[in-house]
Design a binder for this molecule. Structure first.
Ligand code: TRH
Length: 378
């Protein structure tokens, strides 16, 4: 009999919770013989990243082999699954935990944690925590080393990405569908970020550069800062402005798979949160990360931990401006100067992005780690 997996996703804000759980659910359903059920607290967030679900009226929706349910107080599973994933410490419904306690053998209960490059993650990954009624919950950490659960990476992802990038026709067709036609010599940048005061100095420097730049901004939280810089009251999908050497174009919020293609098409990607941050790494292109802000600036430690890993092996003249640029982006610093310095190291950055992707590819992916964790326990 196929093992049943219930994945619970409570959408707190933004798209990271649903973005990660939806990707994972699809991979577990398509690459393993599991019956995967995704329980989502906010169906509108799900429909933003999976617009093909928009037309389906009845619930649960079956998308890519995953059954997607609207999780409410009144709508929870009526049986306990074999594997239960609570994403990002969301609280499982008490009646459901009662069902889990009655099930024999007890389900494998996992708390999927947020991604961090910090060293302590390795020591906590896979640890059990005793729960009432003789249940046990395991902490499952994604991460960048073999001592963690790894990153979400679908079978053939890197191959598909490389084939796409080797085909100017595929890239042009994709961009054309989005209404994007950059000048042939323009640097193409995608911009997905939270509100960010550092943006203005970056756009200033792009506008005054000798090489043209075309910035693509999917609808989202950074738009107000872009509008301020452009000195326009507001921006909407389809808007296109030119200032000096810089073109800025507002895109709609696109499906998750199209967003991947957007990252693959651009020369440089500004990403945020967790899922887009990982996808930019699989894109094999230079990128910058706007990390999700936490109290007491703890996010800056996470940023440093990643930078420490990412810059290993890079010569100081590349690593230092890269670090400075990322820190400026995350601390309202001056982007212009750091951008200019980093541009001089561009060939290094390009080869490093692909090398980093290759290095991470050697680490077992998250879905596989989860499947193995389950299989050694049955
Ligand atoms: O939306 P985010 O800021 O999510 C954040 C983080 O996960 C953060 O750690 C968490 O604490 C917080 O949510 C609650 O960034 P993230 O993780 O990159 O998620 C965005 C998702 O949206 C990702 O799956 C890519 C997807 N996306 C699209 O599908 N279409 C688009 O056009 C864009 C721009 C993104």
């Amino acid at each position: 009999m196929r093992a049943i997996w219930d994945i619970f996703c409570h959408v707190v804000d933004n798209f990271g919770d649903i973005g990660v759980t939806w990707r994972l659910a699809q991979q577990l359903a398509s690459e393993y013989d599991f019956d995967v059920h995704l329980w989502v607290s906010d169906m509108s967030a799900f429909r933003r990243i999976c617009p093909q679900a928009e037309t389906a009226s009845s619930l649960p929706l079956t998308q890519q082999g995953v059954k997607v349910y609207h999780w409410t107080d009144d709508n929870i599973p009526v049986r306990a699954a074999d594997v239960v994933i609570e994403a990002f410490a969301c609280q499982l419904p008490k009646p459901y935990i009662a069902l889990m306690a009655q099930k024999s053998p007890a389900p494998l209960w996992l708390n999927l944690e947020y991604l961090s490059a910090e060293d302590w993650v390795e020591g906590c990954h896979g640890l059990p925590s005793p729960q009432p009624d003789k249940l046990e919950k395991y902490f499952f950490f994604p991460g960048f080393t073999a001592q963690t659960g790894g990153l979400i990476r679908e079978h053939n992802l890197i191959c598909r990405r490389q084939q796409f990038q080797q085909s100017p026709h595929a890239i042009n067709t994709f961009l054309h569908q989005l209404g994007v036609s950059p000048a042939p010599d323009a640097m193409l940048i995608s911009l997905f970020a939270y509100e960010n005061k550092a943006l203005a100095s970056w756009l200033d420097s792009l506008a005054s550069a000798s090489r043209p730049t075309h910035v693509l901004v999917p609808e989202g939280r950074i738009l107000a800062d872009v509008a301020n810089w452009l000195e326009v009251p507001a921006l909407a999908t389809g808007d296109h402005f030119s200032r000096g050497a810089l073109d800025i174009q507002v895109l709609p919020f696109i499906s998750q798979s199209d967003y991947d293609r957007l990252l693959w098409s651009c020369d440089f990607n500004a990403v945020r949160g967790e899922d887009s941050f990982v996808r930019a790494q699989w894109a094999g292109r230079p990128f910058i990360w706007h990390i999700y802000q936490q109290e007491n600036d703890t996010h800056l430690e996470k940023l440093d931990a990643f930078l420490h890993r990412y810059t290993q092996g890079l010569p100081a003249e590349v690593a230092e401006p890269l670090r400075a640029l990322w820190q400026a982006w995350n601390s309202e610093g001056n982007m212009g100067e750091n951008w200019h310095t980093l541009l001089a190291q561009w060939p290094h950055l390009i080869s490093h992005a692909e090398e980093w992707c290759g290095k991470q590819q050697k680490v077992t992916n998250l879905a596989k780690s989860l499947a193995q964790f389950y299989q050694i326990r049955v």
